[in-house]
Every structure is written in structure tokens, then in C-alpha cells.
Design a binder for this molecule. Sequence first.
Ligand SMILES: [Zn+2]
Length: 291
Amino acid sequence: MAPIDPHSFTDSTHPITTHISPSLYFDFSTPTIVSSALLTLCAPHTGDLLLDTRSLTITSVIDPTNNTQLPFSLSSDVDPIKGQPLTVSLTNNSKILIIFVTSPCSSALQWLTPPQTFNKKFPFRETCRKEGPLAGGDAGLACDESLWYVEGRVVEYFTMEQSIQPYLFAFAFAVGEIGNMEVGPRTKVFAESVPAVLDVAMKEFAGTEDMIRVGEKLFGNYDWERFDLLVLPPSFPYGGMENPQMVFLTPTVIKGDASGAQVVAHKLAHSWTGIRNADSFVNFVSYDRIV
Ligand SMILES: [Zn+2]
């Protein structure tokens, strides 16, 4: 056992995961996400593979090449920082499909009820990405195909071309009645589908493309392709997050005088310096050079 990260059960002698293809079925009534994740390892592996989990129920682990079950165990000991290690026993496997369900109290998920949204009608989930059919069909065995394609349900497909660290994936999606408006060639503003929110947000962030160009002059090409902005509902005033391709913003940044651009400049500067780090440098760059 060779731990390399105090916040993870990862064993450095195990092959790293190079690709994740998830299928996520959002059940607002429970509220849980019924999910599967297809992991691709950098090399075939025989023996135990340790993975980090928190507040998950593991339904099954499958070898997607022949749809057979793989032995696994989820530790009953919960580490306050690292969560619970999931151990999967592999025999020359380079792909594994994990079927799991989140818990209503999963700490990485924020479920907002309709009264917590601007229009008070639809629930909202912060934190779905799916890249194409998996073993077990389009739903990737996350749920029954008939449930996946039930009439009126929206199924979104998404491919992320740029490599990102696995921890960034946790902040990657928002689900609800979300509209969008274009504010630049690389930027759309997403928010609750209410003109009162979207129109104001569009005006606030109208100068985003100019800021990206300033950033490119300072540091070189913007490599993430898109720089979209998601304004979270009014009951989510917990700051923002510089997710690659789509920044999440607290609704408090919309003041009506374009001053929210400072926050966007800060988030934008992270595109070159790294996500969740170098904040003092990012502040220097964003406030003194970009805005
Ligand atoms: Zn920052």
C-alpha cells in the first residue's frame, strides 16, 4: 500500500483512471441520483483496486466486456475526511462499470426544492454528464431503459474533450429548468429560465469576451473552448466555482451595474493558473489586469 494523497484512499501501485463515462438518472422525489460510472484504467490490472466513495450505496460492479459481476466490498468504516474505500477485485481488467445510488444526505449534492428557486415551480440540482451508450444501453445500467426514456424526460449527452482531474468532476452539473442566452462567441449565460433573471445576467456579463481576450494576451490561448456562466438560484449564495468550461456563480454577483464582472474575471484567470489554487496570483491578475 502506497498512499500518495492524505485526502484519498488511492494506492499509487494501482493503475490510474484515465476516463470516466457516467450515466446519471436524477430522481427529484427521493432525492437521489441513480448512477453508473464506466472507468477506463491506463493499464489492465489484477488484484484489488481502491476507489474513494462517500454516502454511496454500491449496487454492483460489472466487467463491461462480458457483463459479469466483479467482486467488491465497501468498507463500513467511515473516515471523516476520506469517506469509505470501495475495493474491487480485478483479473486483468482495464474497464469496470460501477452501479451506485447517492444518498439524500450526500454532501457533494445540493438539492433545492421549488420554493428555493426563483420561479418557485421546479426543483434545482447543482452539481450530468454522459458521453454515449454504455454497456447495458444508453442508460448504462444506471436505471431501467424504460425509465430513462420515459415520455417527457430530458436526456442530455455531453462530451468533455479536455482532460480534467477527477475531483473537478464532482462540481460538474446542474439540473433544473435552465435557460441560456449568448453573450459572446465562447460564452452563454445559463440561469433559471425566467427573463427577469436571464436578461439581467446577460447585461451583467456582456463584457466577458473582452476579458477572455485580455487573458489570452497575458497568458496565451484559452484552451477550454467554452467559457459559459451558470447563475445559481437566489437561495444558493455560497460563492462560485471555476469549473472548466462552465463557471458556477452565486446569484449575489448580479448587481445590475456590471460589477459582477470582477468575480467572472477571477474565475476566468483560474483557466490559466489551475482550478482551486493560486488565488492570490489570480486576484492580482484579475483585479489589476483583466477588469
Ligand atoms: Zn479563486
